[in-house]
Design a protein around this ligand. Structure first.
Ligand SMILES: Cc1ncc(COP(=O)(O)O)c(C=O)c1O
Length: 475
């Protein structure tokens, strides 16, 4: 029987000791919604990086630990007054640092709903609607990325953790084939596996491997071409004790490894192929760009972020694995008080036990944009990157990468000139991006990953770069 409080019951409930707190929640949420809306409305026209004064005003928070606390409204008020101005406007359209998506309107709204729900995504029983939505979102993700529909999808904090989950599954699955049950024996005494990484693997792949007990001396680096793609013709030998880490989207150049050439050969020899596709895997969702990911679906596991190119709020990555069982063997937890559901419980797909239901925002972003909207967003970001590339070349920059996706790497003058240009641009505040080193040269590095970026944003960015470049080269 469904249990419902009648009106009298509800009033009695609100009249209990916490009635003050419930009305505080109402006030705090109204205020937070108003300030969040003001923040979003203003974001297009404000500085991207905070001013020195805004950063200095953060000192407001530097107080002794409060003994008595403060009303919720006052807490929200100080976040608005001192926290908001000192944020980086990465949900606007002119943040091109790292690889950072914005947050779509529905995903942002869903994050607010999700905070109010405050579900613990351990079991179906603890978060029914949230987990239902996560399962739908997982199914859609596999369809969008054209990955095996029976695969398991774990909602992680990001691709760092998704890489770790997938590589943990790989490690256990390969040892299982050698009749070694790591859960019982541990790694001590187990024969070493062969780990092949790209010369250009992302640092977080190395971190994941190190956490999993694979030392640097165990890693074989596969040579890359000038774009940062692993070379199929010089790819090291593999066997059934090999884990291969490939990449969809190099963090500098945006380049993709030649999956169709490497994966079938590796699989035929019994190796496990993992693909770090933190942002680049989203190319598979675009008819115009999916040629870049051809063959990627033949891998065993994939890491990809929702908080990058799907433009959900932080934080959300996805650990996708062809064999559900491989992930569950490593991540499973059992205890008498845990009620079993029909499907594999979320706690058995990722390292966390208690976690927020971050898949709700994934569901919201996909529901809002649809497959066509997502493809259009990806293609729009790539077009913006091409415009940046053309504008930079026009200013005399040497473009160091083939702009196949959303990344642009360009250089001019000396390494010191680049550092000064980047510093001037970051200080001016019109846009934000950083410097990198690519093919031995210090360069500007821009990543266009936000749904919010417009042609006007690109024009303003190019003007800012021209100003800073001319001023620096005239010195
Ligand atoms: C190629 C690649 N892999 C992994 C990561 C790590 O992702 P996250 O920051 O979501 O953990 C990044 C981040 O930029 C990346 O570009």
């Amino acid at each position: 029987m469904r249990y419902q409080l009648d009106k009298k019951g509800r009033e009695a409930d609100m009249d209990g000791n916490n009635s003050g707190k419930f009305s505080d929640a109402k006030k705090a949420l109204s205020l937070a919604a108003r300030y969040a809306k003001d923040y979003v409305v203003a974001i297009r026209d404000r500085r991207v990086s905070p001013s020195a004064l805004d950063l200095d005003r953060l000192r407001h928070f530097n107080r002794d630990l409060s003994r008595a606390g403060q009303p919720a409204e006052a807490v929200i008020e100080s976040l608005h007054r001192y926290g908001s101005p000192a944020t980086v406007a990465s949900t606007g359209g002119r943040f091109f640092g790292l690889v950072v998506g914005g947050a779509t309107p529905a995903a942002m709204g869903a994050a607010v709903m999700n905070a109010a729900w405050d579900q613990v995504a351990v079991l179906e029983a603890s978060a029914p609607s949230a987990i239902y939505l996560e399962r739908i979102a997982a199914h859609w993700i596999l369809e969008l990325l054209t990955l095996p529909q029976a695969g398991s999808v774990g909602f992680t904090t990001g691709s760092s953790m998704a890489n770790m989950v997938c590589l943990a599954a790989a490690r256990n699955a390969l040892y299982q084939k050698l009749n070694i049950n790591l859960a019982e024996t541990g790694l001590a005494g187990a024969p070493p596996l062969r780990i092949i990484v790209s010369e250009q693997s992302h640092v977080t792949v190395h971190k994941a491997l190190s956490i999993l007990g694979f030392g640097t001396r165990q890693l074989v680096e596969a040579p890359c071409d000038a774009q940062g793609r692993v070379r199929a013709d010089t790819f090291p030998e593999v066997d059934e004790t090999t884990i291969i880490c490939l990449q969809a989207g190099n963090v500098n150049s945006g380049a993709f490894d030649p999956f169709a050439e490497i994966i079938p050969r590796a699989k035929a020899r019994g190796a496990w192929v993992h693909v770090d596709g933190a942002f680049g895997l989203w190319a598979a969702a675009s008819p115009a760009k999916s040629v870049l990911t051809a063959g990627v679906e033949q891998a065993d596991s994939w890491a990809v972020d929702a908080h990058k190119w799907l433009n959900t709020p932080y934080d959300c990555g996805l650990a996708i694995c062809r064999q559900q069982g491989a992930v569950h063997t490593v991540m499973t937890t059992q205890a008498p008080y845990l009620q079993a559901g029909v499907d594999v419980a979320p706690k058995d797909m990722v390292p966390e036990f208690s976690r927020r239901a971050r898949g709700v925002e994934v569901w919201a972003a996909i529901q809002e944009m649809g497959a066509e909207g997502i493809a259009a967003m990806i293609e729009r970001c790539c077009r913006h990157a091409e415009h940046l590339c053309a504008g930079l070349a026009d200013m005399g920059y040497e473009i160091l990468n083939e702009v196949v996706l959303n990344q642009v790497v360009a250089t001019i003058g000396t390494a010191e000139d680049i550092q000064q240009i980047v510093r001037a641009i970051q200080e001016e505040g019109v846009c934000w991006f950083g410097a990198t080193t690519w093919r031995g040269k210090t360069a500007l590095r821009l990543s266009v990953s936000s749904w919010a970026t417009t042609e006007r944003d690109i024009a303003l960015t190019l003007e800012a770069i021209r100003r800073a470049t001319e001023a620096q080269l005239a010195k």
